[in-house]
Design a protein around this ligand. Structure first.
Ligand SMILES: Cc1cc2nc3c(=O)[nH]c(=O)nc-3n(C[C@H](O)[C@H](O)[C@H](O)COP(=O)(O)OP(=O)(O)OC[C@H]3O[C@@H](n4cnc5c(N)ncnc54)[C@H](O)[C@@H]3O)c2cc1C
Length: 478
């Protein structure tokens, strides 16, 4: 069986890492498997890459942290790849200045819904009234299944938190309205606020509460490579796997579904090459695959784009940001939804005795005409307005645009994807990963790596996949 993979990032590397294991654990079953990863860049990693700017600062493509959602397999694999790790305790707060009529910054605990006792009195009372109604009417609420994310928020929190936090923050990160999103992705990604928790929060000393990170969610503790940024994990893993499985500078330009072959351009020689496959694994955006192959009508799914703005700075670190790993910004007056204090994570400056660094993530609709230059200007001004940096400290400004940033969990998403997977899988094409699979709730590095592993197990050992649900009825029940 010849498996060709488009892309050498966490999903593709999950396939390769697993095949390397199967060669030892299942030599008979895996002996006839041939693997080739075609990667358009000259290095592996994809969105989990790290780049070095002209001044020697290292930048990830957004605040990448390595944590796992109960996947010890992923943890073992990343530890196999990289020896030196920093272990960090998350400390993040949310800037809700607009609620307090302030121009600068006003930090409250994360998740913001846990900060209700600190909201201005009228807002706090309205939130408490909404929540009380919900605690008292659980039967009515349980009977109604939310049809969209907005209904989910209304069910669990009520209109005040919806309007003061969820709506502005959803617009910043997702670039759509809450009612455009499905409620199905929420799972462990949005903290609920049970009555006991609210009572505990209301009883806390406000001073203590204002500085709290409640340790909620799977990333409360995380790791980061000591050297080389997040990209070091994937570079190092690829280097330890058989070299002839990887072909870099190889940009897939077309797929012949019936003939089972892909054409790729060798970006070094400029030659076009054709290569046959028995199984094709796509980790590039699934909308592009469907569009170029015309295997089925185009997909009605949505994504946004993300601008990364990295600012390299001279020490000293601004006093009030010292304890934080990152901060969230629902404030519509600044372009970033998150600011990461990247130099706290690992060695990512030219000299940590002289410099520190801050990275902004700014999401926009795919169709937004704003330029990268405009975003950079707004982000730097925003950092200054929020008193996070001073202009005089700046020694480097890096920026890049991720045309595919977040796969948006819209209401049509699952049925649209199932439609595509049905016909793709009939033709031995499997699309997995952040944009190959397009399911935000399983699109972090650990999810994608495990999707690669499970797909290899399915192809070689006929073990059903668990992490990614295609929605293909016949396959899943077969
Ligand atoms: C802003 C942001 C923040 C994030 N934060 C975190 C975090 O904190 N923690 C976490 O675990 N994850 C995080 N992620 C998610 C992480 O980046 C992804 O989980 C991971 O990179 C997905 O891997 P992948 O292999 O599915 O796809 P990708 O990373 O998208 O890689 C796809 C690969 O395919 C290649 N490719 C595409 N088209 C072609 C072609 N035609 N021919 C050849 N090659 C091609 C690309 O060059 C790329 O290398 C974040 C992502 C973003 C955007």
């Amino acid at each position: 069986m010849k498996i060709v993979v488009v892309g050498a990032a966490p999903t593709g590397l999950g396939l390769a890492y697993r095949l390397n294991e199967l060669r030892k654990s299942h030599p008979e079953e895996s002996k006839d498997v041939e693997l080739l990863l075609l990667e358009q860049e000259s290095f592996p990693g994809g969105l989990s890459r790290t780049v070095t700017d002209d001044k020697g600062f290292l930048w990830d493509m957004g605040g990448h942290i390595t944590f796992n959602h109960n996947y010890p397999y992923y943890e073992e694999a990343t530890k196999w790849a990289v020896d030196d790790w920093n272990h960090l305790q998350r400390n993040c707060l949310v800037d809700m200045n607009y609620l307090f009529d302030k121009k600068g910054i006003h930090l409250v605990p994360y998740p913001a819904q846990f900060a209700v006792p600190l909201f201005p009195e009228p807002v706090k009372q309205a939130c408490l009234k909404d929540l009380k109604e919900r605690y008292e009417n659980t039967e009515d609420a349980d009977a109604k299944t939310p049809g969209d994310f907005e209904e989910w928020i209304l069910k669990h929190f009520g209109p005040t938190i919806l309007n003061t936090f969820f709506k502005p923050y959803t617009r910043k990160v997702w670039t759509v309205e809450t009612e455009e999103m499905s409620p199905n992705w929420v799972g462990t990604r949005v903290a609920k606020l049970p009555q006991e928790k609210l009572e505990e929060l209301c009883a806390m000393d406000p001073e203590q509460l204002s500085k709290a990170d409640f340790g909620w969610g799977p990333n409360a503790v995380f790791c980061f490579p000591k050297y080389g940024g997040t990209g070091a994990v994937w570079k190092s893993m690829a280097d330890k796997l058989p070299g002839d499985w990887f072909k870099y500078n190889a940009q897939v330009t077309s797929v012949d579904v019936k003939g089972k072959s892909v054409t790729y351009k060798d970006k070094v020689t400029n030659e076009e090459k054709i290569i046959d496959y028995d199984v094709l694994v796509n980790t590039a955006p699934i909308d592009q695959l469907v569009k170029s192959t015309k295997i089925c009508p185009e997909l009605n799914i949505e994504h946004n784009k993300v601008f990364i703005v990295g600012v390299g700075l001279e020490l000293p670190v601004t006093e009030f940001v010292k304890p934080f790993t990152w901060l969230y910004f629902p404030d519509p007056a600044v372009p970033f939804y998150r600011v990461t204090f990247l130099s706290r994570y690992g060695e990512v400056t030219p000299d940590s005795s002289k410099y520190w660094s801050v990275m902004c993530e700014c999401a926009r609709k795919e169709s937004d005409p704003v330029s990268e230059e405009e975003i950079v200007k707004m982000a730097v001004e925003g950092l200054i307005t929020k008193s996070i940096i001073t202009r005089e400290q700046i020694v480097s400004v890096y920026s890049t645009t991720l045309d595919y940033g977040y796969p948006i969990p819209t209401k049509m998403r699952d049925s649209e994807l199932a439609r595509a997977h049905t016909v793709l899988e009939e033709n031995s094409i499997f699309s997995r990963g952040r944009f190959g699979g397009w399911k935000y709730e399983v699109s972090n590095q650990d999810h994608c790596f495990v999707q690669g592993r499970e797909l290899m197990d399915r192809l070689v050992l006929q073990i059903p996949e668990k992490a990614y649900k295609t929605g293909v009825v016949t396959r899943q029940t077969a």
